[in-house]
Design a protein around this ligand. Structure first.
Ligand code: AHR
Length: 660
């Protein structure tokens, strides 16, 4: 393994006891005192968001629903994903009527230098096939766009057959080729559903045919876009109502070497011009090798901005600061070579926000989005640390703040939530005062439970904090045994009370990683799991979703915050809807009865109650039981007096109480 291992005053009063005397013997009793007369800090509108990284086949093979793996023949092994169909004679001998080769003469374009040549020297049918990203998921009754760039000398047609086992479930044909590269496409209809289909291609006629950008793409994407995203996965994101989308990572920003760092400019424009490179998670973990993991950038920066806009979230791109992953090569660009990196950042702001009369704004408009993407924040470096990072940040900050003082800069505090690199970075940031500092914690559930007061002690006048990557590691950090169970999720829920209460310090938070393909993952736990056809949110996803859907606009004092007996609370006010939002985590096997006592305002009307609970900490969701641990919503009438509430064992409960 190359990746470094990282490692309301509760007044438990006599009066409160009296209220719950009729409860079962096993029920605890709690008073939650909420002081609406003294509302506190404003909570940032983008408080809870999402962290997207192309890890675990989250982009190609996931959110980006291209079904053909290595469509451009640009993987290091250019025939990865492709194989000849080898028919056998009656005597069991191979009867291939042609051959495949990877060529580079007069390619489609300079970013896409390799293509496939199929040479057919004997009539009788010659073909080859692609098995997709661990099989192709095909939905019966739906349409798929089959397309390719083709140039031919002889052959007249390419016949496509999508097969599941011995059965053909969709078919179509591209024809009318010439000796010049041209894109051909046809829509084919699937008669049946299959989770491990493959695409077989047969050449009609003798001679040679060149193919590039061979694609089988669902027509029914999110918002029906031709190069659109997988609908069920975007829907899960949209349902969260995230405040921001951080993209494209993650270590993928850094690359193992600078040569394979993420360069946003190669990810926009015509997909056939986007340069495929290796994915840095390809061979990161010896225990989960993925030699077929590359980045086609079909999901590129334009699509990321569009995704953020579609789901009402603010975009937060993170850019390479001249440093490759410090866990790998730690390759660092010379200070004299930083201009290109800084220019990328300046140009990105123009691409996102510039007028259509500017070169980058014009390109955005040509791609279909003349309006601004309203970029307000930019990350300089991913999970960097050390003096060399600070030196490089200073160059970025000087250039970016001079030209774009309106853009908030996000910097890193290293890979861990404490320790020397973390302390060193914070010492620098206290002095340099960047806008937002990104902290990461991949820690045990107990760490989350004991750190709910972490931000109570932070300097209220220092840089803001972005809890940019966190997830409870139920086994150990980066262990393949980590589970997305309720034990981790409820600990994260408890911890988040401390993020929320410190809304004047913590401005954003996101769970990480976001998505994983069950057939091709490298890192667990993850918020959302999917296969070729299905997807589900984990308990951790639902914790994020419950928080993001119940943020509020202002912190409100509540006591107790933590009672030492498994209770964790926070309260906010939603000034737009005039609702008090109380959250309580009961981290114990015993139910609690509670009384919410308000001062400074009166409750009245129908309160909404959202309960996320599980009978035990090992509970998980799955494809068969996707909502085993999921929010349950009910309502209750509230009046001017104390409000009696219940908290299930091992639960997160949210009460949205109308107040005046
Ligand atoms: O989320 C997985 C990885 O964890 C991210 O790529 C990196 O930033 C962190 O180390």
């Amino acid at each position: 393994m190359r990746f470094f291992s990282r490692a309301l005053s509760v007044c438990f009063s006599v009066a409160a006891l009296a209220v719950v005397q009729s409860l079962p013997a096993q029920t605890k009793s709690t008073v939650l005192s909420v002081d609406l007369a003294h509302p506190g800090a404003a909570i940032s509108p983008q408080m809870y968001g999402i962290f997207f990284e192309d890890i675990n086949f989250a982009a190609d093979g996931g959110l980006y629903p291209e079904l053909v793996k290595n469509r451009s023949f640009e993987f290091s092994e250019p025939l990865t994903g492709w194989k000849e169909i080898m028919p056998t004679t009656a005597k069991g001998m191979i009867a291939s009527h042609g051959e495949l080769a990877i060529l580079t003469e007069q390619p489609l374009n300079a970013s896409n230098p390799h293509y496939l040549e199929a040479r057919v020297h004997e009539a009788g049918g010659y073909g080859f096939y692609n098995t997709g990203f661990r099989g192709m998921g095909i939905h019966g009754g739906e349409d798929y766009r089959f397309s390719a760039y083709v140039r031919a000398k002889g052959p007249t047609a390419i016949r496509a057959e999508v097969t599941a086992g011995d059965k053909t479930i969709a078919s179509g044909k591209l024809e009318g080729f010439s000796g010049e590269w041209k894109k051909y496409e046809t829509v084919i209809h699937a008669s049946e559903t299959a989770d491990h289909a493959q695409l077989n291609l047969y050449v009609d006629g003798l001679g040679s045919v060149d193919l590039d950008m061979v694609s089988l793409f669902p027509v029914d994407t999110w918002k029906g876009r031709p190069n659109g995203l997988r609908k069920d996965l975007v829907q899960l994101l949209a349902d969260m109502h995230p405040g921001f989308v951080r993209f494209p990572g993650g270590c993928i920003v850094e690359g193992r070497q600078l040569l394979t760092r993420y360069r946003w400019k190669t990810t926009i424009g015509d997909v056939a011009q986007r340069k495929t490179i290796i994915n840095r998670w390809n061979d990161e973990f010896d225990f989960r090798p993925a030699p077929d993991y590359f980045q086609s950038f079909g999901l590129g920066f334009y699509e990321y901005f569009q995704l953020a806009e579609d789901i009402g979230a603010r975009p937060l791109p993170i850019l390479n600061c001249g440093m490759a992953c410090q866990y790998n090569t730690n390759e660092t660009a010379k200070m004299s070579e930083l201009d290109e990196y800084v220019q990328d950042a300046l140009d990105l702001i123009d691409f996102a926000n510039g007028p259509v009369t500017s070169p980058w704004g014009k390109l955005r408009a040509q791609m279909g989005h003349p309006e601004s993407f309203h970029l307000e924040m930019l990350g300089v470096g991913n999970e960097q640390w050390g003096g060399r990072y600070v030196d490089r940040y200073k160059v970025f900050a000087a250039a970016l703040k001079a030209k774009h003082p309106e853009i908030k800069l996000v910097v890193a505090a290293g890979p861990s939530p404490a320790g020397d690199p973390f302390d060193e970075m914070w010492a620098h940031w206290r002095e340099l005062h960047p806008d937002i500092v990104d902290e990461h914690y991949y820690m045990a559930p107990d760490w989350f439970l004991t750190n709910t007061t972490r931000y109570d002690k932070y300097d209220r006048n220092g840089p803001k904090v972005f809890a940019g990557e966190y997830a409870a590691q139920t086994a150990s950090t980066t262990s393949s045994d980590n589970r997305n169970n309720w034990k981790g999720a409820i600990a994260e829920a408890a911890f988040m009370t401390g993020l929320e209460r410190n809304g004047d310090v913590v401005t954003m938070a996101s769970y990480a990683p976001l998505m994983a393909n069950v057939h091709a993952w490298q890192w667990t736990p993850d918020a959302i799991w999917f296969d070729n056809l299905r997807s589900y949110g984990t308990p951790n996803y639902y914790v994020q979703s419950v928080y993001a859907n119940n943020v509020g606009t202002r912190v409100v004092p509540i006591t107790p915050l933590v009672d030492g007996d498994g209770l964790y609370t926070s309260a906010t006010l939603d000034e737009r809807t005039h609702e008090l939002i109380v959250k309580a985590i009961n981290h114990s096997a015993t139910a609690r009865a509670g009384t919410i006592k308000l001062s400074g305002a009166k409750a009245s009307g129908a309160a909404k109650v959202v309960t996320l609970a599980a009978a035990d900490l090992s509970a998980e969701n799955s494809f068969d039981q996707p909502t085993n641990v999921a929010p349950v919503v009910s309502t209750m009438e509230v009046g001017a007096g104390d409000i009696s509430v219940e908290m299930k064992p091992w639960s997160l409960t949210v009460w949205r109480i109308p107040v005046r």
